[in-house]
Ligand binder design. Structure first.
Ligand code: AR6
Length: 179
């Protein structure tokens, strides 16, 4: 199942699946500020890339602020790079949450372009352990990516790899409201 929309020069695609299997130039990890590894998609990426090597690379980066992103090699992954983005822990009603979530996407895309990445895959950052409601996250995340690619034509493809049909359907509904 794939659904897509082209904005400026970039195809934005939604797929249901496991991001560790993606063949894009880079995949994005939903990391924590210590870049210490963890559960969820972070745990899956560390296992698939090779936990020892990836952990050693992450340790050299000295952490990552919420809303920011840093890059490592992909090691055993098909993807050449992993971009570690730190989304916010969701705070209901706070204006900081959408600002920081949008920033995590924007910074990931900036880091991608700086490193010559043409194709990139994102998970739904902050929607697991960090508690961001999927519908709100879908709106903020897709808007952040759309805003970036309207200003920048160096990315060919941005994929959202959604874990499960509920996440996929929620993002699909949000993509329809983008214009
Ligand atoms: N592929 C794609 N998406 C996935 C995968 C996968 N293999 N596995 C889980 N998801 P989470 P967060 C989805 O909790 O909320 C970690 O411990 C999952 O269903 O991984 O940003 C970090 O170290 C959910 O929709 O990330 C941090 O401490 C989405 O990925 C903290 O969790 C994000 O869920 C970050 O929390």
């Amino acid at each position: 199942m794939t659904t897509s929309m082209t904005i400026n020069k970039t195809s934005i695609e939604l797929v249901q699946g496991d991001i560790t299997q993606e063949e894009t130039d880079a995949i994005v990890n939903a990391a924590n500020a210590a870049l210490a590894g963890g559960g969820g998609v972070d745990g899956a990426i560390h296992r698939a890339a090779g936990a020892a090597e990836l952990q050693a690379a992450c340790r050299k980066l000295g952490g990552c602020a919420t809303g920011d992103a840093k890059i490592t090699p992909g090691f055993k992954l098909k993807a050449r790079f992993i971009i570690h983005a730190v989304g916010p822990v969701y705070q209901p009603g706070s204006e900081e949450s959408p600002r920081l979530l949008a920033s995590a996407y924007r910074r990931s895309l900036e880091v991608a372009v700086e490193n010559g990445v043409k194709t990139i895959a994102f998970p739904a950052i902050s929607t697991g352990v960090y508690g961001y409601p999927m519908d709100k996250a879908a709106q903020v995340s897709l808007t952040a990516v759309a805003d970036f690619v309207r200003q920048n034509d160096r990315l060919e493809k941005v994929r959202f790899v959604l874990f499960g049909s509920e996440a996929f359907e929620t993002f699909k509904a949000a993509l329809r409201t983008l214009s």
